[in-house]
Design a protein around this ligand. Structure first.
Ligand SMILES: [Cu+2]
Length: 630
């Protein structure tokens, strides 16, 4: 076993050397970041925190835990995330930090005046204490984090010290101040350090919101019509595309834990998915104006499947081989980890509204493709529209083209030998029952089931706006996404048609084989997509859709002679940009997973262009589509 005290005695400290946990653990509480730590006396916050070993229970206190290093206020239980530092702007903070983690040096970042041009760290030897003073001089959402493994950046910190993080919130005079509508969420990542120090191993990764993993994350509850303000801090080691079902939100600010950029109202992105980078922050506002159960979650499939049982995670590589994980565990893994559930309770005046009588009837048939294998799933969608049956012929679903304001009924027909469900990504549904999170979507006793093999589920909605959206599986995501269960959902304005000669979908999805996921993305369902032919002098609309399974920092560009052309963004996540932001700019921007970007481009002369997706800025090209201008 790993936790024999003798191992702790033999452990030595130093870069790259992992400290095994001790045998005795005290319970660590999950911190919902609602109660500020310490005491403010005459404009000075006095706070004393200790770093110690404890036992963390990401699945709630009654379920098995894992040993972890954590912070706690002196004399109080340890907490993950660490104690919340929340003060009015201008407060001086006097923080005493004690390191009670044997054989370590604790290095703490982020305990600095704000604003600040740089981070500064303080180190505390085992058994020692230090007092740090800083001034909370700028309103905003920030973070502190610490390491006992000499991690140079938060990206390197994946082991026993991975949860030594906390929020720092400075309240200005006008900002929201606490309560259920002003919430703080800290993201944590832990990867089993026994497997390979400093190397993320997907099957042993745990991702949490405020110290808890779905289905044990906090269930948020709001009265219909509530304006909700959330502050997000990614204190983990990886970036996450965070997606809200059913509603748009406005991004009020973005930051890096040290500084924060507040946007004027006209520049706040209206979106359904936001990329937050390791160490980064953002704040968001949305109005919970439609009742029902809704989700907020990471859009990386691997981050929203249930983690392995902790004994398997702790015992490392020998316990679960990658083949076992991919072929036996992943296909059946339920939703887990980075998911928040929200219930919006109907206002007293709200009546159960039945969707208007559908003006259009369609069927979406979910099928097993001929090349499906137990190792490389291959499924497909077919759309039945009257007498027509539409298939894409590639590894994505065919475009589902709807009309703004026209009520539609879609029968989802499951011909797979496994259950499925469909999420209408970006759609502001009136009724959450159709949202696709089986076992959760709906309200009260009316909860949507998974669609069993052979079963049909009728979905009804009326698209409220025209734009570029996605339909995709929301069950056994890691498996069914790789199977190809995602397609473009295009909503056109009333009286117009989708014209594929000037309106082009470029959809990025996961390859079927798991070994390819980081290095290869499919373009419109093809490994090697046929070139796109467009006409010079004609304005073209492109609808970029990223619903791949990895590379959340993807950068998309349209290049001529290896230089980005100028394109004009016109919509993000299906929401039209304000006219002032629809301006020509270099065709080179981040498009994370679960996002769509519409742009216009007018080629002036014949020639060869190429659309490329890079895994990160200047990174590996993982997607490519030749564009011939004639
Ligand atoms: Cu994620």
């Amino acid at each position: 076993m790993l936790f024999l005290p003798v191992i702790a005695v033999l452990a030595i400290s130093g870069p790259g050397v992992v400290q095994p946990p001790p045998a005795i653990h005290t319970a660590i509480s999950a911190n919902d970041n609602r109660i500020p730590a310490g005491t403010i006396v005459r404009g000075v916050l006095h706070l004393s925190i200790d770093a110690r070993w404890g036992e963390w229970h990401p699945d709630g206190g009654a379920r098995p835990g894992v040993p972890m290093q954590a912070f706690g206020e002196t004399g109080k239980p340890l907490q993950i995330p660490g104690p919340l530092i929340r003060v009015p702007v201008g407060t001086e903070v006097e923080l005493r930090i004690r390191n009670l983690i044997p054989a370590t040096e604790l290095t703490v970042h982020g305990l600095i005046d704000r604003p600040s041009s740089e981070d500064r760290s303080v180190s505390v030897a085992f058994g020692a204490a230090r007092v740090v003073r800083f001034r909370a001089g700028a309103a905003g959402t920030y973070a502190y984090w610490a390491t006992t493994t000499h991690s140079a950046t938060i990206i390197d910190r994946i082991g026993w010290d991975s949860q030594l993080s906390g929020a720092i919130v400075t309240d200005g005079s006008r900002a929201p101040k606490g309560g259920n509508t002003d919430r703080i969420f800290v993201i944590g990542t832990w990867d089993n350090v026994n497997d390979a120090p400093k190397v993320l191993a997907q099957r042993y990764t745990l991702e949490t919101f405020n110290g808890l993993a779905w289905p044990y994350t906090e269930r948020l509850s709001y009265a219909q019509g509530t304006v909700v303000h959330w502050r997000w801090i990614d204190a983990g080691s990886v970036a996450h595309p965070l997606h809200l079902h059913g509603f748009y939100f406005r991004v009020d600010s973005r930051g890096d834990g040290i500084n924060q950029l507040d946007y004027p109202a006209a520049d706040r992105d209206e979106e359904v998915t936001e990329l937050v980078r390791a160490g980064g922050t953002f704040t968001m506002t949305w109005k919970a104006d439609r009742p029902g159960n809704w989700l907020f979650h990471c859009h990386i499939p691997a981050h929203t499947v249930a983690h392995l049982p902790f004994p398997d995670m702790l015992s490392g590589t020998p316990a679960v081989s990658i083949d076992q994980f991919v072929n036996d565990y992943v296909p059946h893994a339920e939703m887990g980890d980075m998911v928040l559930g929200i219930t919006v309770h109907p206002s007293p005046s709200w009546r159960t509204q039945t969707e208007p009588k559908p003006a259009r009837h369609l069927a979406l048939v979910v099928e097993t493709a001929p090349d499906n294998t137990p190792q490389a799933p291959s499924f497909s969608y077919a759309i039945r529209d009257g007498a027509e049956e539409i298939r894409s012929g590639s590894h994505i679903g065919p475009p589902l083209v709807l009309t703004q304001g026209v009520p539609v009924a879609i029968d989802v027909v499951n011909h797979l030998s496994e259950p499925t469900s469909v999420h209408w990504h970006g759609m502001e549904l009136a009724d959450s029952f159709y949202d696709g999170a089986s076992g959760f979507s709906g309200y009260g006793d009316r909860i949507a089931p998974a669609i069993a093999p052979g079963a049909t589920f009728r979905v009804q909605f009326t698209p409220p706006r025209a734009g570029t959206f996605i339909y995709h599986t929301h069950l056994h995501d890691q498996w069914e996404f790789r199977g190809g269960l995602a397609g473009p959902l295009i909503v056109v304005p009333p009286g117009s048609r989708f014209d594929p000669t000037v309106d082009h979908i470029v959809m990025l999805t996961a390859p079927s084989a798991v070994g390819d996921i980081l290095t290869k993305e499919l373009v419109n369902g093809y490994r090697d997509p046929p070139p796109l032919i467009i006409h010079a002098g004609v304005t073209q609309r492109f609808r970029l859709i990223n619903v791949a399974a990895a590379n959340q920092q993807l950068v998309v560009s349209l290049e001529s002679n290896a230089e980005p052309v100028l394109w004009r963004p016109i919509a993000i996540d299906g929401a039209d940009l304000p006219a002032a932001r629809q301006t020509d700019q270099p065709a080179d921007q981040t498009l994370t997973i679960g996002k769509t970007l519409d742009f216009e481009f007018t080629p002036v002369a014949p020639g060869d262009l190429v659309f490329v997706g890079r895994a990160k800025p200047k990174g590996l090209i993982v997607a490519r589509l030749a564009v011939h201008v004639i």
